[in-house]
Design a protein around this ligand. Structure first.
Ligand code: ZN
Length: 486
C-alpha cells in the first residue's frame, strides 16, 4: 500500500482527505485505484485519453516519475506518492500602459556611516560583512507584483539594503487585499499599489532606490523591463504572467525566484539559474482555464504569502551574497495546516521547449492564448439579467427559480433570500432537481461561475436560463447594501 498526498486544490475531490492509502504495484495502478475510489478526481488528473495531465506532476517519494519509469514506476509498501499541481496564486498583476524608463550606472559602491550603523547586524555576520552589504547595495532586483508575495518581499528587501528594487504592478489597493498585503494600509485603499508600496519601503530605508513600472508585464515590454535587473522575483497570481516571467528570464539568463500560494499551501524554488531547470521543465503546459482557482476564487490564508514571500526574499539575498545552498533543483512545498515543509527534486527536462537541448521557443509568445484565457474578462452579455430586474421579479412574486452556485461557506457570509444553493461543482449531477422549462436565474459572487453554470444548463436542454449580471456583489451595490461584500 502507498500513501498518496493530496494537495489542497484537489481535496474537494477526495472528500477533503489530505492523504489517501491505495494499493498497486506501479504508480499507474496506485493512481487507478485512487481514482476508482474517488471518480471525480479522475477527470482532474487524467485527460480524455487516460494520460496524466501535464499540469499535475507525480512524485514517488522525492523523485518526479517522469524521470523514473513514468506510470510503470514500481511502488513498494510504505512509499509516498505526491500529486503536485501548478498553482497560480501570488498577487494581482493586470493590463498595460507605459513603463517608466530607468537608467543610471551604479557608481563605486560605498557605505556611509549611517548605513554602517543601520546594517550593523549584517556587518557582524562573517558571511555578510562589509563586502556582502556592498553586494546588496549594488544588487538590482525586480519584484513582479506588489501584492501578497510582493508585500513581505518589498519590506524586507528594502530593509536589508538591496540597492535598486523595481516594482511591476498597476493595480489599486482594495479592501480585500488588506488581510494579507501588509505593505498597504487601510488608508491606502483606492491608491495605486506601486505608490503605496514604494512609500512604505522608502520609509523603512531611504537609502534604496525604488523604480516603479506601473504596467502589466506583457510580451512587448517584459524583456525591456527585466534586462535592467540581476534577479527577478515572481509574485504573480496568474498563469499567463508566470509563463511570461519564466520565458523572459530564460531568454535573458536571469534567475527567477519563484513562489506561489493557494489556501494553506505554497511552493517555492529558484528557476533558470546557472543552467538549472525552468518553470516549463516543471509544468510544460498550464492547466485548462478554470480548473485551478485563483486566490480571489479559492481564498488564501492571510499569513501564507508572508511565509512564502520571505522564503523568496531569503533566496534572493543568498543569491546576491553568493552564500549557502539555493533552492535551485529543489521544489519546496509548504503546508501551513500540518506545518510541514517537504522538498521534491526538480530536474531540467532535456525536452523542455524553453531551456532544453532542442529549444522551440526562442522569443516571447502570446501568453493569454497559450493559457487559453482572454486578456480581458469575457463580457457575458447573452442571457444576462440585471440585479434590479431580479429584485423586481422577487417583489412581484414571479414564478422563477433563483440558483446560487457559490460554496456553502460563501452562502453563510452573504445570500439573497429565496436563492437555492447548488455549488457549481454539484450542478451537473443535480440537474434533475429543476424543470427544463422553468424560468431560471443563476447567480454567484461576481457572475463568472454563474456564467459557467448557465452554459451547463443550456447544454442540458434548459430553455430559459439567465445569468445575474455582477453577482451578489452587484446585488449589494444596487439592491441591498445590507448584504456584505467579501
Ligand atoms: Zn525548462
Amino acid at each position: 500500500m502507498a500513501k498518496i498526498l493530496i494537495p489542497t486544490p484537489l481535496r474537494q475531490f477526495t472528500g477533503k482527505q489530505d492523504s489517501v492509502v491505495a494499493g498497486g504495484a506501479t504508480v499507474g495502478e496506485v493512481l487507478s485505484a485512487l481514482t476508482t475510489q474517488y471518480p471525480d478526481l479522475r477527470k482532474q488528473i487524467f485527460n480524455d485519453e487516460g494520460k496524466l495531465r501535464s499540469f499535475v506532476n507525480v512524485y514517488l517519494n522525492d523523485e518526479d516519475i517522469r524521470y523514473l519509469g513514468k506510470d510503470a514506476t514500481a511502488v513498494s509498501d510504505g512509499d509516498t506518492l505526491s500529486l503536485v499541481p501548478s498553482i497560480a496564486g501570488g498577487s494581482a498583476v493586470a493590463p498595460p500602459e507605459n513603463a517608466a524608463p530607468e537608467s543610471a550606472p551604479p557608481e563605486e559602491i560605498t557605505l556611509s556611516n549611517d548605513e554602517i550603523l543601520r546594517y550593523s547586524r549584517h556587518l557582524i555576520i562573517p558571511e555578510v560583512g562589509i563586502e556582502g552589504q556592498k553586494k546588496l547595495k549594488a544588487a538590482k532586483v525586480l519584484l513582479v507584483g506588489a501584492g501578497g508575495l510582493g508585500a513581505p518581499l518589498g519590506l524586507y528587501l528594502a530593509a536589508a539594503g538591496v540597492g535598486k528594487i523595481g516594482l511591476v504592478d498597476f493595480d489599486v489597493v482594495d479592501f480585500t487585499n488588506l488581510q494579507r498585503q501588509v505593505i498597504h494600509s487601510t488608508k491606502d485603499v483606492g491608491r495605486n499599489k506601486i505608490d503605496s508600496a514604494a512609500e512604505k519601503m522608502l520609509a523603512i530605508n531611504p537609502n534604496v532606490r525604488i523604480v516603479k513600472h506601473e504596467v502589466a508585464l506583457t510580451s512587448e515590454n517584459a524583456l525591456d523591463i527585466i534586462k535592467d535587473y540581476d534577479y527577478v522575483v515572481d509574485g504573480t497570481d496568474n498563469f499567463p504572467t508566470r509563463y511570461l516571467v519564466n520565458d523572459a528570464c530564460v531568454l535573458l539568463n536571469k534567475p527567477n525566484i519563484y513562489g506561489s500560494i493557494f489556501r494553506f499551501e505554497g511552493q517555492s524554488t529558484v528557476f533558470a539559474y546557472e543552467g538549472g531547470p525552468c518553470y516549463r521543465c516543471l509544468y510544460p503546459e498550464p492547466p485548462p482555464p478554470g480548473l485551478v482557482p485563483s486566490c480571489a476564487e479559492g481564498g488564501v490564508l492571510g499569513i501564507l504569502p508572508g511565509t512564502i514571500g520571505l522564503i523568496q526574499a531569503t533566496e534572493t539575498v543568498k543569491l546576491i551574497l553568493g552564500i549557502g545552498e539555493s533552492l535551485v533543483g529543489r521544489l519546496l512545498l509548504y503546508d501551513a495546516l500540518t506545518m510541514r515543509f517537504r522538498e521534491l527534486k526538480l530536474r531540467k527536462n532535456p525536452e523542455c521547449p524553453m531551456c532544453g537541448e532542442h529549444r522551440t521557443i526562442t522569443k516571447l509568445i502570446d501568453y493569454h492564448q497559450f493559457c487559453g484565457v482572454p486578456a480581458q474578462e469575457p463580457k457575458v452579455t447573452e442571457g444576462e439579467i440585471e440585479v434590479t430586474e431580479v429584485k423586481a421579479k422577487l417583489d412581484r412574486g414571479d414564478n422563477f427559480v433563483l440558483i446560487d452556485v457559490r460554496e456553502p461557506h460563501e452562502y453563510k457570509i452573504a445570500s439573497i433570500p429565496g436563492a437555492k444553493l447548488v455549488p457549481l461543482g454539484e450542478v451537473p449531477k443535480r440537474l434533475d432537481e429543476f424543470d427544463k422549462n422553468a424560468d431560471i436565474v443563476i447567480h454567484c459572487k461576481s457572475g463568472m461561475r454563474s456564467a459557467k453554470a448557465c452554459g451547463i444548463l443550456k447544454q442540458a436542454g434548459f430553455q430559459h436560463v439567465r445569468n445575474m449580471k455582477g453577482g451578489i456583489l452587484a446585488w449589494s451595490d444596487q439592491v441591498d447594501p445590507g448584504v456584505p461584500k467579501y
